[in-house]
Each structure stands twice: as C-alpha cells, then as structure tokens.
Design a protein around this ligand. Structure first.
Ligand code: PLP
Length: 411
C-alpha cells in the first residue's frame, strides 16, 4: 500500500524489499516476447541475443510450443510419476533418436542442476556396485554444473565453493586444456569424469578435443562413466544436436535442460549402455519431473527443430555471427577476439568492461550478458536470420563505441 502523497515504489524497489538479493538484475522489465524480440514495460523493442541464458531457442511465443502447452494444460497438468503419461515416454523416445542411442534411457528433473545431481547419484550408484570406494569424480576447472551442494562441488570455481564449505572432497578438478592432467587424475576409485564440450558459464571456452578423448580413454581404462553436461550446449545450439557429436567421443550420460522445453522448467539425463542399469526403483525421483505439460512443450521443441532443420541453421547462422563479430573486432580497440561456435559465442574484450558493454547494449536495444569480466556472451535463438545478426552487430558496435567514449565506469 502507498500512503497518500507518496510515489508508488518502482518494481526495482519492490524487488529489493521482497526478494533475497542473489541476482544483480538489470533495470529493465520485460513484459512480452515474440520471435527474437523482447518488449519492455515502456513498449521498447529489444533484440534478444541471450535467449534467457540459452533457453528460448525457438524464440519467444513460438506457436508450436504455445499450441502443445495449451492443448496439454486443458487436458491434464499433473498426476505424479507414480503413473504413466504418454508425453514423457514420447519425450524419452525422441531424445534417444536425437542422440542416436537406441538403448538410451531418460530420467526427467526440473533444471540443469537437478539433471547433473541425478547423474551424480547414478554414477555413484554405478561405481559402488563395482567396489565400495569407487565414488570419486574428476571434473574440469572452469566447468559449471549447478548450485546444489553436489553440483556446486562439481563446478570448477573455488570462489563459488568458499562460502559454503565444507562440501566434501570427492571431486578433483584438472585444467580444462590438459589431457595428461586428466589422465593422471583418474584412477580405479573414479566413478565418473564430467565435461562440458564447451564451457559456457566458464567464459564460452571450447574444451580441446584431446581432453575429451583423454576423458573417454581414462574412463574406459578405469571403468568410470563419461558424463557430458550439455545443459547449455545441447539441443542444437552448437550446430549439432549435441556438442559431443562433433567431438569424436561418445559419453555414457548426457545432462540436458535449458532449451529442451523453450523456457518451461525441465532437466533430463539420458544414459546408454551398462550405466542405464545403475538405477532401480526408489533410487531417485522427482514429483514434477517430466510432467505432461513440460514434456508436451519439449516434444514440440524437438519436433520443430527437426522439421525446420534448425540444427543446420544454427551452424549457418553461427558462421555469420562469427564473421560479424570479427568485423567488430577489426574496427574496435576494445575487442580482443571471439570464442565459441554455433550460436554460443563470446566477444572477448581487451579490458574488464563486459558489464559496461552489456549495460550499454541494453540501451541500444540489444540483450546480451557479461559472461566473464572481459567477455560478453551471445546466444541467440536458433531461428535468428541474417537481418537479426546484422542488426545485432550494428547495435553492439554502438554499445562498444559508447563504452569507449564514456570510459570504464558504472555498469
Ligand atoms: C553447463 C551447465 N550445467 C548446469 C547448469 C545449471 O542449470 P540450472 O541453472 O538450470 O540449474 C548450467 C546453467 O547455466 C549450465 O550452463
């Protein structure tokens, strides 16, 4: 309630009073989205090159997802996993096809961290069946796998661990670009090796093929499972259904989330081979996981990516994105280069001003984020076209020039 004569609090002020302060939010309220465009409360149009952190891959308000969700919500929303529901089974079947794993079996959760957590339990269960001490995990420095207590320990960023210690000591982190260090870290007590083929939150950093090959080799030699966290890279974003498909190694488990249901909360693991026998009834569960509405959305997403050939399009548009970012670099002293591939790329800066660049981009009607202090991430929807990529480049050029003009200051 507002007392007479006093101004009503802004949404930002209400947020500060009502929510725990874990997010540093930009001062914009989005109220609507369509395709690659977002609209704020003042009616201003923004070009979305972040996709809600690599989530809305079909763009906003995609009619196929809207239709599938609407039809399912009118029919049945929830019954729990004590009963059969067709959308969930169909989704598991579709995932097995996109992975090329006829024996692939899925478990559904509600987020990327939950998917990784499920994989942690599965790999530990698998290891302990082989021998009781086989519970250790090797992961990469700079990797990000979530913020639950298990996935936080798995995440290769000590600064994120410190406030929450003790987290345990069953994870060893090795450099993301050192195959020998990885081979040396894996032994007979290792139940799993965890990799992202491209470290997204870690700064859009591709992991060298030699490291992925070393991970596969070490797992095979020591009876461990290779887990590919494709929460951010999967479902077409890199110009392949899954990043590992271009890396020449096949994991035993993939973790998925983000783009799978175009913005509805979902997480999934898909497991192949012997590892698919690790869980039995009661070993893991989720009340909401893979419920009919989110599964219907995900089925619509996978069908649309398939029929509209969006995986190939992501590769094609990714090449245009690389070119436009390189052009920007050629004309701007603030730009050091680019990283990434497909539709997950970073513009690397010569100074730690990524926050300022992202803030300026918002003023220019472009949504991106500062993935590290010196790099901004671009992760547009898979439906972007040439005009969108060119418009992004024009707006980002304006933002970079503004930051150069104003100098590093407030973001
Ligand atoms: C590779 C990867 N794994 C796991 C997660 C955690 O996902 P969520 O935020 O849905 O828990 C993320 C989130 O950015 C991610 O990029």
């Amino acid at each position: 309630m507002t007392a007479p004569g006093t101004a009503a609090p802004t949404l930002a002020e209400r947020e500060a009073a009502a929510l725990l302060p874990v997010y540093r939010r930009r001062p914009v309220e989005f109220v609507r989205g369509r395709g690659t465009r977002l609209f704020d409360a003042d009616g201003r149009e923004h070009l979305d090159f972040l996709s809600g952190l690599s989530v809305t891959s079909l763009g906003h308000a995609h009619p196929a997802v809207t239709a599938a969700v609407t039809a399912q919500i009118q029919r049945l929303v929830h019954v729990s996993n004590l009963f059969l529901t067709a959308p969930q089974v169909e989704l598991a079947e579709r995932l097995a096809v996109t992975l090329g794993w006829p024996d692939g079996r899925s478990f559904f959760a509600n987020s990327g961290a939950e998917a990784n957590e499920a994989a942690l339990k599965l790999t530990r269960r698998h290891g302990k069946r082989l021998h009781p001490a086989k519970v250790k995990v090797v992961a990469l420095q700079g990797g990000f796998h979530g913020r639950l207590l298990g996935t936080l320990l798995l995440t290769g960023d000590p600064a994120k661990h410190t406030p929450f210690q003790p987290l345990g000591s069953w994870v060893t982190h090795v450099p993301h670009d050192d195959p020998q260090a990885l081979e040396d870290a894996v032994d007979d007590d290792t139940c799993a090796v965890w990799v992202e083929v491209l470290q997204a939150e870690g700064g859009v950093r591709p992991v060298p093929a030699a490291v992925l090959a070393a991970a596969r080799d070490a797992c095979d030699r020591h009876g461990a499972l290779l887990v590919a966290d494709e929460v951010q890279t999967g479902v077409g974003r890199l110009g392949a259904w899954y990043g590992w498909q271009t890396a020449g190694v096949t994991p035993d488990v993939v973790c998925l989330a983000k783009a799978l249901a175009n913005g509805l909360p979902i997480g999934a693991i898909v497991v192949r081979g012997v590892a698919a026998g690790a869980f039995g009834p009661g070993d893991h569960a989720s009340t909401f996981g893979g419920g009919p509405v989110v599964a219907a959305a995900a089925n619509a997403v996978l069908a649309t990516i398939d029929t509209e050939d969006l995986v190939a399009r992501a590769g094609e548009m990714g090449r245009r994105l690389t070119e436009r970012l390189a052009d920007l670099g050629a004309n701007n002293d603030l730009v050091a280069g680019t990283r990434g591939r497909g539709l997950l790329q970073a513009l690397v800066l010569t100074a730690p001003v990524a926050g300022e660049v992202a803030a300026a981009a918002l003023q220019w009607g472009l949504v991106i984020n500062d993935v590290t202090p010196d790099a901004v991430r671009l992760a547009p929807a898979l439906i972007v076209d040439d005009d969108d990529v060119d418009a992004m480049a024009a707006r980002l050029a304006g933002a970079l020039a503004q930051v150069e003009r104003e100098g590093a200051g407030a973001s």
